[in-house]
Ligand binder design. Structure first.
Ligand SMILES: N[C@@H](CCC(=O)N[C@@H](CS)C(=O)NCC(=O)O)C(=O)O
Length: 355
């Protein structure tokens, strides 16, 4: 083993973040070893992503960020220089290309490293379409996680999230005050960013803080705020219904592109798992149960087409069909869930439950 210390990549993540989970799944599927990538926890619940030091590597203050050494600095005599990849799509593509079965990257990991990139132009187009859809405003996991459509839903979210929002606001207040008093240095752009974030979070905090009150007991400002909140929630859930219908047409099943695990699955797995969790599903539920729970929660008459034979879905992922599958049809997303939750990568990322 050479004594040269090789610059290492670092993944900044938050364990229960949906998009950071995409990067974590990809690391597992690609067989990256712990000596190749450092994992650095950015605690969103404490607002650590708003710290100036973090915003220097990701100006949007989001996770994940992958900081990678630039290739020409791998020799020991050149000072290491790094580049920060600031969004999930770029990170997954980078991770996919940077470790192949042929590469010798001074790693102790000898795990296989299958390509997650589609093998044909047609599959590549489909893969991109799915990834774009999942990252579109219509599919926003932030909206369906934080916006309810009725008072019962609001109370549930508020009891789980009020503390989280309050702590993050405190952090923002402290950063704004520290920069105004010159205790910390922050650019004008960063200050404007903090103020904008503060406004969005404060609005949600105020809605959650009133959650236990009945609508008739709210003053006019709070009532209007609540009505606007529900309108956003209704829109988000009607968009989710459309995204699910679109996904059910686009994915082939069991994996997004049929029998080959791909980049699209890295994005779809955490997105779909979040939706399953919000809909009351757990890790022990099978695909058919998860889809039924999601349909019930999304409502609006949603019924996903049961247009994939269970026997065929199992064949595609290399699992022997069982007799009862013979004539059974299932939703493609149900087959996707059954396939993905069997993978060691998914089991590791969701070891502590769905998120
Ligand atoms: N487009 C970005 C979105 C990343 C994103 O929004 N991440 C969320 C966590 S899942 C985040 O960091 N939010 C920051 C915050 O809540 O302040 C990407 O694909 O990486």
């Amino acid at each position: 083993m050479s004594a040269i210390s090789v610059p290492k990549a670092a993944l900044y993540y938050y364990p229960v973040s949906i998009w950071a989970s995409v990067a974590l799944l990809t690391l597992e599927e690609k067989g990256y070893g712990p000596d190749e990538v450092d994992l650095k926890d950015v605690d969103l619940s404490k607002g650590e992503n708003f710290q100036p030091a973090y915003m220097r590597i990701n100006q949007n203050a989001t996770v994940p960020t992958l900081v990678v050494p630039l290739q020409d600095t791998l020799s020991s005599d050149i000072e290491s220089r790094y580049k920060a990849l600031q969004d999930t799509k770029t990170i997954v593509e980078f991770l996919d290309k940077s470790r192949s079965t042929m590469s010798r990257t001074h790693t102790t990991s000898s795990a296989p490293s299958p390509s997650l990139s589609p093998a044909t132009i047609a599959f590549s187009t489909l893969c991109n379409k799915i990834v774009e859809l999942l990252h579109s405003e219509e599919a926003s996991p932030f909206l369906i996680t934080h916006y309810a459509r009725d008072v019962t839903g609001l109370r549930e979210i508020a009891s789980a999230r009020l503390g989280y929002f309050t702590a993050r606001l405190q952090k923002l207040d402290q950063l704004i005050a520290d920069s105004q008093a010159d205790r910390i240095r922050a650019s004008e752009k960063t200050r404007i960013f903090w103020e904008g974030k503060r406004e969005i979070l404060e609005r949600l905090r105020a809605i959650y803080a009133d959650a236990e009150k009945d609508t008739v007991d709210l003053d006019e400002t709070a009532r209007t705020r609540r009505e606007q909140y529900f309108a956003i929630g209704r829109k988000a859930w009607s968009n989710t219904k459309n995204v699910l219908i679109q996904l059910s047409k686009d994915i082939i099943g069991a994996y997004s592109l049929g029998d080959q695990l791909s980049i699209a699955d890295m994005h779809l797995a955490p997105w779909f798992t979040r939706l399953a969790k919000i809909s009351g599903a757990t890790a022990v539920d099978d695909g058919n149960t998860v889809v039924r729970k999601i349909e019930a929660h999304v409502g609006q008459g949603l019924t996903l087409p049961r247009d994939l034979s269970m026997a065929e879905a199992r064949r595609r992922i290399g699992v022997p069909a069982v007799e009862s599958d013979a004539d059974e049809q299932q939703a493609r997303l149900a087959a996707f869930w059954d396939a993905i939750r069997e993978r060691p990568s998914w089991k590791k990322v969701y070891a502590n439950g769905l998120h």
